[in-house]
Write a protein that binds this ligand. Sequence first.
Ligand SMILES: Cc1cc2nc3c(=O)[nH]c(=O)nc-3n(C[C@H](O)[C@H](O)[C@H](O)COP(=O)(O)OP(=O)(O)OC[C@H]3O[C@@H](n4cnc5c(N)ncnc54)[C@H](O)[C@@H]3O)c2cc1C
Length: 556
Amino acid sequence: MKANPSRINKLNHLRDHTFDLVVIGGGITGAGVALDAASRGLDVVLIERNDFASGTSSKSTKLIHGGLRYLKNLEIGLVREVGQERAVVHEIAPHLVRPEKMLLPLVEGGSLGKLSTSMALWVYDFLADVEGDDKRVMLTKDETIAYEPLVRTDILKGGGFYAEYRTDDARLTIENIKTAEKHGATALNYCEATDFEYDEDGIITAVICHDRFTDEHVTVKTKHVISSTGPWVDELREVDKSMTERHVFLSKGVHIVVARERLPLQHAVYFDVEDGRMLFAIPRLRCTYIGTTDTPYKGDPNAIPTYKEDVAYLLKGTNAIFPDVNLTIADVESSWAGVRPLIFEEGKDASEMSRKDEIFESKSGLLSIAGGKLTGYRKMAERVVDRVGDQMKERDGGKLKKTNTKNIDLTGGPFEDFAAVLVYEKEIARQLEEASLAPDRAAYLVSNYGLQSPTIIEAATQRTESTDVARLACAEAAWCIDNELTLYPIDWVERRSGRLYFDMPSIMPVLEEVLAVFAEAYRYSEADLNAERERVLAAIRWVSEFEEAPEEVATA
Ligand SMILES: Cc1cc2nc3c(=O)[nH]c(=O)nc-3n(C[C@H](O)[C@H](O)[C@H](O)COP(=O)(O)OP(=O)(O)OC[C@H]3O[C@@H](n4cnc5c(N)ncnc54)[C@H](O)[C@@H]3O)c2cc1C
């Protein structure tokens, strides 16, 4: 397998250069940090040991939300910050962070009463400065049924209807990384930080990396280091010998995916289940996904299994509120399981622990950031890069510019607003039709690639694969190889295109031709090709076939 020239240049750049900042970890936090720091004038490199967003940042509920649930724990500051962030993240990428109205059915015996819900939603809107049509509306029983005819009626008392946003976490991560690169950052996936070098005062001067693509070791010289390694943050604190009592606690969350026609919701629904928890059911193009569980996790965060019991729990809760759909495990096309990197709090269970982020600074200067939410990534990035500014000031009186990421449109944009996105989707459907390609892929293309879509369509018209669907998929994969640091077919199937989760049936009809695109780009041997095919097939089995949980494992 051969690396492409731009990756070889990047590795050489890592070797020859002293950076202002090495960011370790390419999930949403690291991506946001790289953009924040690069746009404030720092010379930044981001390294990620697997693919970008391969950790928690492709396994979330994919909501850009204020966390209504956290009001219950009186986390007012958190709800205010992430609530206000929703609109900002929507504005910098409206094609990717889309408005999603949420229906909250109120049922007899449920955790929410009419008055308390009305007040909670009012506070929620107030804290986040929600205005106009987005303000919450309280619904009667009949109105709730009209909004969502599938909802169980015999115990229904009414509903709340309020504004949130939905995204694709992996794509939000990659667009932040590409935008950081536009501001001068360097980003490399499959490059792992394994150790640090220190000066005589014990301050980190370099990060030792193992490039897993070329199997080379590279020492990257740097003035500052941020570890945004989420669930793995304590691993690097151990390497740095700077662990403290405060540590990360992993809580597992599972989502399952069914075809939209099996759960044809009109709106996203946030509903009670019998154990007092709440679940989301969220429609998304051709599928509906349901989640999530919240249980302590002690296994390997690189391979988090979805057990039959997790699936059964989610199906039971869903069938209880939508009694006519009768979902079974056979309906589950795909799934994902992730771990929340929470900051451990003695005496609290997983769902009670705060979702607030925390920064640990060691004597060596290593800044580690963990906890937090996808939604709050921009503010988390600002806070930890401010700490780099403090280090600069302390060490040599250096000064860092203020953050301005609020005004930086992500790649794939800019769009004036969401109305402009919808107009643009029509234009893309027209272009697809004119090119004799599937016009029903317009919404998929625009939500994934925004203004980058026409280049993919144009390239598809020049291709010679067997079907129009394959021509478009191969053009998309080739474009991701050239523009999105996509090294392996599984990176495209899972995180660039999102097909592994949201559009499982679309994979097999194009797989061999997509593999051929990668084979050509990276000059695969026969053995490479077979290995990459097997990795995709293994991933399909991993997300769609479920084993029983071992006895000692908690599920819910
Ligand atoms: C089930 C679930 C549902 C959620 N739903 C939501 C939601 O709807 N909305 C919301 O706002 N938030 C949600 N969250 C929270 C959100 O997903 C996380 O807060 C966020 O994704 C964490 O991102 P991160 O970048 O900190 O960590 P990660 O995405 O895990 O990134 C850390 C990265 O560091 C890399 N890494 C580790 N060690 C090294 C090393 N030595 N060298 C190089 N790289 C390394 C890893 O490979 C990984 O890619 C949810 C979380 C879960 C688990």
